[in-house]
Write a protein that binds this ligand. Structure first.
Ligand SMILES: [Zn+2]
Length: 398
């Protein structure tokens, strides 16, 4: 339950200013992440100047893994495909893009005796509704389940909430805890589909007038903060105004910082208002850009009413990264009950919905497996034909 003031929330949130504190804290420093999608490797500078052979693309991630990397921090041999602006832009969705339906499992903790739960069912439903509203135009839908677990130690962070991970290979675990910070694992991290991954939500941030879950899900699907690589520049250990910095007006803003040129470089977040920060970018001498209403800034996520957008390039990054790394979380057309399989249980689920007062397909549009715009007995027959008579595959419906 939300118990503290916004200022407390801001302090708590600033604890994860580096982006993915949860996974970075749990990462083995000796492990070297494998190459990402080698079939689409980029990383050489072409005649058009794209690509960056020295990397700095991974910057904070590289720093966190530095001990295990046999490379200079600025030597990044495997720039991930989805950091290539061409791949990113090719993935920008349109209104006709089929929804990616992502399975998530929300875990609410209470004390051992069941007292002081970090949330209640109604609040979870409200928060998921906000999440789905925020992502609808970006063609993501989150199909959720909720578990309530009594564990004082996990509730207060004395043991990792991730001890209670369940099937992280097919769903994103989201833990609501009574600690200050919220954080998420990026799709490029080796823990993304492992028990140690997932989203950690402070109960102070888990509230339907805030968009912190939207922010953390943005990280989960492949976004950095909009101020990444500007003021918060630890890239390559050389401080600000390095080639790796994202600087106002620079030509390389697609390749550094948050890897989106449609989000202006800006001061690190934590604004008390939803107005543009003042001040000068020390690297360019120009006024900071600003997009405080972006979900991936702190103001956009933390100030009610200042919470309006992902940019097209951010949307493209999320589609590219999730398709490359997280597709095991996607629910398939025809999987009406959301159990990860398309089988006889799905037409039965639809029958119960249509004629027995059972639960609705989630999302509802998924029930339209024959794509005729309605949900009725014809869909049930269509699904049975697919399963048992070599009929055509279910359509997406959404
Ligand atoms: Zn963040």
């Amino acid at each position: 339950m939300r118990t503290s003031t916004l200022s407390t929330a801001l302090i708590g949130f600033s604890l994860v200013a580096g982006g993915s504190a949860l996974s970075m804290g749990l990462a083995s420093l000796g492990a070297r992440p494998g190459p990402q999608s080698p079939a689409r490797q980029v990383g050489v500078v072409g005649p058009d100047g794209r690509g960056d052979p020295r990397g700095c693309i991974f910057d904070e991630r590289l720093a966190s893994y530095a001990a295990g990397w046999p490379f200079d921090l600025c030597d990044c041999p495997y720039p991930p495909a989805c950091d290539d602006p061409i791949n990113r832009d090719a993935a920008i969705p349109t209104p006709a893009t089929p929804m990616k339906v992502v399975r998530i499992r929300v875990v609410v903790f209470a004390n051992d005796d069941g007292s002081d739960p970090t949330s209640v069912l109604g609040e979870v439903e409200d928060q998921i509704a906000v999440l789905n509203a925020d992502f609808a135009q970006h063609r993501f839908y989150f199909q959720h389940t909720v578990d309530f677990i009594n564990s004082t130690a996990a509730r207060i962070g004395a043991i990792p909430a991730t001890v209670f991970a369940e099937n992280p290979g097919v769903q994103c675990n989201v833990y609501v805890v009574a600690t200050n910070g919220s954080s998420a694992t990026g799709p490029w991290e080796s823990q993304a589909l492992a028990d140690e991954g997932g989203v950690l939500m402070s109960e102070d941030h888990f509230a339907s007038d805030l968009h912190v879950l939207t922010h953390e899900m943005g990280h989960t699907l492949g976004l950095w903060h909009t101020f990444h690589g500007s003021q918060l520049n630890i890239a390559c250990g050389v401080g600000p105004c390095h080639d790796c910095s994202e600087s106002v007006g620079a030509a390389n803003t697609d390749l550094v910082g948050d890897h989106c040129s449609d989000t202006p470089p800006m001061l690190a977040g934590g604004f008390a208002t939803c107005t543009s920060p003042t001040g000068i970018d020390p690297c360019s001498g120009r006024p900071w850009g600003a997009m405080p209403e972006n979900y991936m800034d702190y103001a956009g996520a933390l100030l009610p009413g200042c919470d309006m957008l992902f940019t097209p390039q951010q949307s493209g990054r999320m589609h590219c990264w999730s398709a490359d790394e997280l597709s095991a979380w996607f629910s398939a057309p025809g999987d009406l009950n959301g159990d990860g399989f398309v089988n006889i249980a799905d037409p039965i689920f639809l029958k119960d919905y249509l004629f027995g007062g059972g639960a609705a397909p989630n999302p509802l549009c998924r029930g339209d497996v024959n794509g005729d715009g309605g949900i009725d007995i014809a869909d049930m027959i269509y699904l049975l034909n697919y399963l048992f008579s070599q009929g055509p595959a279910p359509t997406d419906g959404c």
